[in-house]
Design a protein around this ligand. Structure first.
Ligand code: 5GP
Ligand code: MN
Ligand code: MN
Length: 480
């Protein structure tokens, strides 16, 4: 509604600063993507974000951006960690929703003919759907340990190997996590969901590598054409959702003053330095650890399923974690702003960290080429592995897109598609085997509800924030 954008240069659009905006808002998109982004409330939401205290440089909307709770999905906001604030809505309800990719040394040839057996076995062994039940059934004591130790807990209990930790952001354990800052209700929701996909947009997908665009980086990532890989997308389940809710309520009770200054209540934020900001950060870090353990348990279970289906050990199939990236988080990071180092809460909601070559936080194995970035498309489209681009620190606080991004609401999708038809078409036309707990989920997640992932990734690559390394295509997919 009346938001005018100025083009800064190719793929960079700006809502100029005016009124109570503290900085301009930026949208990174091609004209085609911008048209889609302009159809819902995304532009209004990214503009509202510029009102948050301590926001630095710009509020940024990625090429896959779409409307979310307060802050758009595909949004990046860097808020000063001393004088700014931290905002649960700018992290997202599903704290540390993210993706991890596991390599194998199997080829598509070796898998063909066994897709149904594999998809059935994955579906039977990896918990999914709305109901309870995870890979580990436990009490709250176990939840507390997981919240504070992350994947280190999984290692101790035989659900991980050392290398898994090295190939995860923060090595699978976020510092400063405090289980006491997570409510009993959140723990109760989480305790029987440890190692479960959940429903809707979350999935486990077996894929084949169709293209390697950069041989040198492809080699560093261990990716080759025709290779089978596994992609896992899920987050912190009910525990993260409850935590987001709990802290939004507390902010409403304790920081009305700041809330009243904001154009949208959904942007509720705790002022940096307040007890509540510290508490939320410690709780969020704990929920982040929970999500990492969740993805780890699912990945390790997947290894066991492959062992049974292919009658070989997972080590023999070289089923190694390529990388795990979070796409709903905030993190205190040091960035150079106008020549000065500043501590910022970098909020990435539906956005992926994309640190370039040489950055000390990129794991050793990838430090010379940049961190792997994983961008899913849809159950009927391509997916990409990128590497953090040279321009990401200057343009996006070291971030890029996280997916294709939704084009249509879930309600619209259910009017448009029928799950059974979608499933049949995928199988007959593309040899993609989908198995879901509910047909409605398949309709809500039909390939047509998402934007063109090739276009999203093209923009990231052209801007040099995340460079194309490889493309994959689905073979088997399970979801809730
Ligand atoms: P989000 O975390 O925002 O729900 O979704 C991440 C991205 O995953 C979406 O933007 C979409 O591009 C992608 N996606 C959703 N469902 C599927 C699926 O079943 N398979 C694949 N490969 N990608 C999906
Ligand atoms: Mn997600
Ligand atoms: Mn999620």
């Amino acid at each position: 509604d009346g938001i005018t954008l100025e083009q800064v240069r190719e793929y960079v659009w700006e809502v100029p600063q005016e009124g109570d905006m503290r900085v301009p808002a930026r949208v990174l998109a091609s004209e085609a993507l911008l048209e889609e982004i302009s159809e819902d409330k995304t532009l209004e939401q990214i503009t509202n974000t510029t009102h948050l205290p301590g926001i630095t440089n710009y509020a940024i909307c990625m090429p896959d951006g779409h409307q979310g709770y307060g802050f758009p999905v595909g949004g990046v906001g860097a808020l000063d960690a001393e004088n700014g604030c931290i905002s649960p809505g700018a992290v997202g309800y599903d704290i540390n929703c993210g993706v991890r990719m596991m390599r194998t040394n199997l080829t598509y040839d070796e898998l063909q003919g066994r897709e149904e057996e594999l998809v059935d076995s994955l579906f039977a062994n990896v918990p999914s759907g709305l109901g309870g039940g995870g890979i580990v059934e436990s009490g709250v004591d176990t939840v507390d340990e997981i919240l504070e130790r992350g994947v280190d807990w999984a290692l101790e209990h035989g659900h991980a190997v050392e290398e898994d930790l090295l190939h995860c952001e923060d090595e699978g354990m976020r510092e400063g996590a405090d289980a006491d800052k997570i409510s009993q209700k959140a723990k109760d929701r989480g305790k029987n969901q440890i190692g479960s996909l959940g429903s809707g947009n979350h999935f486990l997908e077996v894929q084949r590598v169709t293209d390697v665009f950069d041989d040198e980086v492809g080699e560093a990532f261990g990716l080759e054409e025709d290779q089978i890989v596994v992609l896992i997308h899920c987050g912190s389940r009910g525990l993260g959702h409850q935590t987001c809710n709990d802290y939004l309520r507390k902010i409403e009770q304790q920081h009305q003053g700041l809330l009243n200054q904001l154009p949208d209540k959904e942007l509720a934020a705790a002022p940096a330095g307040s007890q509540l900001a510290e508490d939320y950060y410690a709780a969020m870090n704990a929920a982040i650890n929970f999500a990492w353990v969740n993805r780890q348990l699912i990945m390790h279970r997947t290894r066991q399923v492959f062992e049974r289906v292919f009658d070989r050990s997972w080590e023999d199939m070289e089923m190694e974690l390529l990388y795990d990236v979070a796409h709903n988080i905030a993190k205190k990071e040091t960035h150079t702003v106008e020549g000065k180092e500043r501590e910022l809460y970098v909020h990435r909601k539906g956005a992926t960290r994309a640190f370039p070559a040489g950055h000390p936080e990129v794991p050793k194995a990838y430090r010379d080429v940049g961190q792997p970035v994983i961008i899913p498309g849809s159950m009927g489209a391509g997916n990409y592995v990128l590497r953090g681009g040279e321009n990401s620190m200057d343009l996006t606080f070291g971030s890029t897109a996280h997916g294709a991004g939704r084009l249509m609401s879930r309600t619209q999708a259910k009017d448009e598609y029928w799950g059974g038809d979608v499933q049949q078409e995928l199988e007959e036309q593309d040899q993609i085997y989908v198995k879901a707990q509910s047909g409605a989920t398949v309709a809500e997640e039909a390939p047509g509800v998402y934007k063109d992932v090739d276009e999203v990734v093209r923009v990231s690559d052209e801007l040099g924030i995340g460079d194309k390394v490889a493309r994959t295509f689905p073979v088997c997919n399970i979801k809730g």
